[in-house]
Design a binder for this molecule. Structure first.
Ligand code: BG6
Length: 454
């Protein structure tokens, strides 16, 4: 069956930064057929050649533009005009495209408008398993707006036609969490409060808001990162073993644990980087947070008393996303094996930019002394000897085109995470201004938060 993807928002940041490079790689790797077609939808009055020229200015990756163009159609479109959707549908039928994915790389306020057009024009009809519709994150701006959007979507589509993106789920090491946890008996057996003291879920960025001030200033780090990527990582780390590894069972297990998370309201610390208010399209008196430290406890017996720390922010010292599992320290070896400094075992799941798993553990110092020191086993998943690992969007797009749903979020996951953020939002304070990473560490310390993992 001939496949097509229709992308709304094709002159946006996401299209140029992620979707074009990912689609080009899929074409290059032969993972889509020669007749695969990309319909780039835009309200701008361009020709396909103008569009390619604009794309060339924005896309940083190396693209084979001639080859890409051979898969591309450019459509000028008014998203409020049902007629335009009907014309698109006619073209698809005429060209024999029956397997169609409609991708909304647009702000959430356009979701219901485009969904309505797609549905009213019968571009996608309920029960048609060869048609699907994809929504970028954030899915709504808060619980209420997410519910409104979802209500509208359910009028138009079946849940199994709706794909909600959280691109972290497409990252290699996020997928690897389940394998590390459940394919290794040493971890599976010790994955609970008896062995684990705390967990840190970290996503630091060195860049600021760049050109996304308009979007970011209304959203902030709590909604931009915590509601989606960080809580998804937490769910995969903390959830029970799913009944099986099917998409629905994994989602059931994630929702169960998400419902058992409680934010510790007193531990919320927010920050805003110095100079944020000068960024384009940011309010001059904005109190939007660009940094969040938050802590949850888990209302489930195996995790009782284990704090889960979340740390995320922009304009920090580096770009690094990691999940750090801190095990309880063992100190009962007596004087024969002295531990010269405190050290606990750690398992670090490195999400990006390095991908891998590091296990830090205790060994005897080499030589005649019996001192205990720390050693590490460091597995690098994306080192040069191996084939380049696929970028998250590459994987997400191929799953989408193959109608695989595991890496997309279900409505109840979104609803539960929004509820969590809603509860936490009530305790929002004016963010602390920080100038660099050292400042953040000082602010955290002054509020009694000291985490070695940072
Ligand atoms: C996006 C956020 O979802 O994730 C951005 O909107 C953030 O603000 C980005 O920069 C981080 O993703 P990654 O893959 O670069 O870690």
């Amino acid at each position: 069956m001939k496949k097509a993807i229709i992308i709304f928002g094709s002159t946006g940041n996401l299209m140029f930064k992620k979707l074009i490079p990912a689609l080009d790689k899929l074409i290059h790797k032969g993972l889509v057929d020669d007749d695969f077609r990309i319909y780039a939808i835009s309200r701008r009055d361009n020709t396909i050649d103008d569009y390619i020229e604009i794309a060339k200015e924005h896309v940083k990756d190396h693209i084979d533009w001639e080859r890409f163009k051979s898969h591309l159609e450019y459509l000028i479109f008014d998203v409020k005009d049902t007629n335009d959707y009907k014309i698109l549908k006619k073209n698809l039928i005429k060209d024999g495209y029956e397997d169609v994915s409609v991708y909304l790389a647009v702000p959430p306020k356009l979701f219901p408008i485009i969904a309505k057009g797609v549905s009213e024009s019968k571009l996608i009809e309920k029960k048609d398993r060869n048609k699907r519709i994809v929504f970028e994150k954030p899915f709504g701006e808060d619980l209420e707006s997410a519910k409104d959007i979802n209500r509208e979507l359910w009028k138009c589509f079946d849940e199994n036609q709706i794909y909600r993106i959280d691109h972290y789920l497409g990252k290699e090491m996020i997928q690897n969490i389940l394998v590390v946890r459940f394919a290794n008996i040493i971890f599976e057996q010790s994955w609970n409060r008896n062995a684990i003291r705390s967990v840190t879920i970290l996503s630091k960025e060195s860049e600021g808001v760049l050109s996304r001030g308009d979007y970011y200033d209304k959203i902030g780090a709590l909604k931009d990162m915590l509601q989606s990527h960080l809580l998804q990582m937490a769910a995969l780390i903390l959830m029970d073993k799913p009944k099986d590894f099917s998409s629905e069972s994994i989602k059931d297990a994630k929702v169960k644990i998400l419902k058992n998370l409680n934010f510790n309201k007193d531990k919320l610390i927010l920050g805003q980087y110095k100079g944020y208010k000068d960024a384009d399209n940011v309010e001059k008196d904005s109190d939007t947070e660009t940094f969040v430290y938050a802590e949850v406890c888990v209302d489930q017996d195996e995790w009782k008393g284990v704090p889960i720390h979340f740390v995320t922010g922009k304009k920090l010292d580096e770009k690094r996303s990691e999940i750090i599992i801190n095990f309880h320290e063992k100190n009962d070896l007596g004087e024969y094996f002295p531990k010269l400094k405190p050290q606990e075992d750690k398992l670090i799941i490195k999400v990006s930019p390095t991908e891998g798993v590091e296990f830090q553990f205790s060994v005897k110092e080499p030589g005649l002394s019996n001192n205990i020191k720390q050693a590490s086993l460091d597995y690098c998943h994306n080192c040069k000897a191996m084939e380049n690992t696929p970028e998250a969007y590459e994987r997400l797009l191929i799953e989408l085109l193959n109608d695989q749903r595991t890496l997309f979020t279900r409505w109840d996951e979104i609803e539960t995470t929004w509820k969590l953020i809603e509860d936490l939002k009530v305790h929002k304070q004016t963010p602390n201004i920080y100038d660099g990473y050292e400042d953040i560490l000082d602010i955290l310390e002054s509020k009694g938060v000291k985490i070695n993992d940072l």
